[in-house]
Write a protein that binds this ligand. Structure first.
Ligand SMILES: Cc1cc2nc3c(=O)[nH]c(=O)nc-3n(C[C@H](O)[C@H](O)[C@H](O)COP(=O)(O)OP(=O)(O)OC[C@H]3O[C@@H](n4cnc5c(N)ncnc54)[C@H](O)[C@@H]3O)c2cc1C
Length: 466
């Protein structure tokens, strides 16, 4: 335990009903640990909230004590935004209830719920919406940043399905933002992330999704260009919006469906996350089956199982980046495949390309996320265990993005990257939307209390001068 942090003596936010950890408690170390093992911050206080009133008390306390406030949900920010060094963590993990109204087809979830909480509660009703690609990500963190997931070509981004958000602002007010109340704030919460306050609950519209199919086909890495070209052609020929997934390079896992000689080796895989039964999925994915995969796993399963089938393991070191492409010609395919040779292998590192289009385009002009117009997303996400691989893991991600520049739209999805500077934050929204978001920021958080995030500066562009 470090003695270097000055902790407020006997501190406890007034009226706070949750658990306060200040460093001496056995639970402190677990509570400050986030997904990326590179992050090792020691907050002065972790306020584990059990109600919206606790969040209000914690935020008021942090502001009064001038503590740097971090908001912690699923802990998946690879930049470690969910924890602050020497500051206050507003920990929402106990706010994880999910109430499903199957008749109204809506679900109301606590600000600290994960997608596992969400999917498991909706599954018995055969209802769902787009969630994260793994089940351990926080619902609020992912959705407020946009929310890309396997079902996005069918249901849109997660934020497209938001009905309302209950939010604690920097001055300790509890507000509702929806289509009729605080409408400009509601607009900003469709991608603007945690910049405007702490979401204590979010309400989502649900759709029917009685069954899904997971198909994972794999080949030796050398087959990459042929696999990726076939996949691209299949999508661009007008694949069904029921078909989500992507092509990825990864280390062959020690699973029964992976031939022994490919386990621990760099391989290429084509994944179909299909909104429907297996027979339909096989039809939709026929061009990939035709490439004679070396291994395959095909199974029909409930969506809650599909969405947790590929959960990334915690405890690894992480560096992530992304580019959005307007097209994916053969030259880009070749560079994408060549660069996979630099991945840290063996490790859970992956580089994936995801097809967009379909319902992702919905709301492209309505909400502040112009990158939706991209046809393809390229996303290197490095996970490795040895600190000696840090430089290599980072460089491979950066090099892949640099390789793709010729085809990049210039916009980027901020949930897929770490800290890449203010220009990249602006590229997450485009100048016009960023300026509008900055005005909302001015109204709800003029002092930039909530700045541990992909930060929108209040009063921009004037604020950028000084
Ligand atoms: C393994 C893994 C898989 C991922 N997969 C996807 C994916 O498929 N699609 C995708 O879009 N993104 C994905 N991400 C990125 C992820 O969506 C973002 O990092 C997101 O911010 C994580 O939210 P969190 O609550 O889990 O993280 P935290 O680190 O707890 O929070 C990150 C930030 O989110 C904000 N935040 C969280 N909760 C709240 C709240 N209740 N109110 C206000 N602000 C809040 C805060 O600004 C906070 O700093 C993935 C990340 C990981 C590590």
């Amino acid at each position: 335990m470090s003695d270097t942090i000055e902790r407020p003596a006997g501190a406890r936010p007034e009226g706070f009903g949750g658990v306060v950890l200040t460093g001496a408690e056995p639970a402190y170390d677990e509570a400050r640990t986030v997904f990326n093992a590179m992050i090792d911050k020691r907050p002065a206080m972790i306020a584990q909230c059990e109600s919206a009133a606790d969040v209000v008390a914690a935020v008021k306390y942090g502001v009064a004590q001038e503590l740097e406030i971090a908001v912690r949900g699923g802990g998946h920010s690879v930049a470690g935004a969910g924890v602050s060094e020497g500051g206050l963590v507003v920990d929402l993990r106990r706010l994880n209830s999910v109430q499903v109204d199957p008749d109204a087809r809506i679900a109301r979830v606590g600000g600290g719920a994960t997608w596992a909480d969400f999917d498991r509660a909706c599954q018995p009703h055969g209802l769902a919406t787009t969630g994260g690609r793994v089940s351990t990500t926080g619902v609020a963190g992912l959705t407020l940043g946009g929310g890309s997931g396997w079902m996005e070509r069918k249901f849109g981004l997660a934020c497209d399905n938001l009905v309302s958000v209950e939010l604690v602002t920097a001055d300790g007010r509890l507000l509702i933002a929806d289509e009729t109340k605080n409408t400009e704030l509601f607009w900003a919460l469709h991608g603007g992330g945690g910049n405007f306050g702490v979401a204590t609950s979010l309400t989502f519209r649900l759709d029917e999704l009685p069954t899904t199919t997971l198909a994972m086909l794999l080949w030796p890495a050398e087959a990459g260009p042929a696999v990726l070209r076939a996949y691209r052609d299949m999508i661009e020929a007008g694949a069904s919006d029921n078909l989500g997934g992507g092509v990825l390079f990864l280390t062959g896992p020690p699973e029964p469906f992976v031939p022994e000689h490919l386990q621990g080796q760099r391989i290429v895989a084509a994944g179909a996350m299909y909104a429907g039964p297996e027979a339909e999925a096989r039809d939709a994915f026929a061009p990939m089956f035709a490439l004679d995969p070396a291994g395959e796993l095909v199974a029909e399963m409930p969506y809650a199982d599909l969405n947790s089938a590929l959960d990334d393991p915690p405890g690894y070191r992480n560096y992530w980046s992304a580019e959005h492409l307007s097209s994916f010609p053969d030259a880009a395919v070749q560079l994408f495949c060549d660069r996979s040779a630099d991945m840290v292998v063996p490790s859970p590192s992956q580089q994936i390309t995801i097809p967009w289009g379909g319902a992702v385009l919905r709301g492209a002009d309505e909400w502040p996320l112009p990158y939706r117009k991209a046809a393809w997303v390229v996303h290197p996400f490095g996970l490795w265990s040895d600190p000696a691989d840090d430089a290599r893991g980072r460089q491979w991600s950066r090099d892949l993005c640099a390789d793709m520049k010729e085809w990049a739209t210039g916009y980027v999805y901020l949930n897929f990257i770490g800290n890449e500077g203010q220009d990249r934050v602006i590229a997450g929204f485009g100048q016009e939307n960023y300026e509008r978001l900055s005005k909302v920021k001015c109204e709800f958080d003029p002092e930039n209390v909530f700045h541990l995030n992909q930060n929108i500066l209040p009063g921009w562009p004037d604020s950028s001068a000084g």
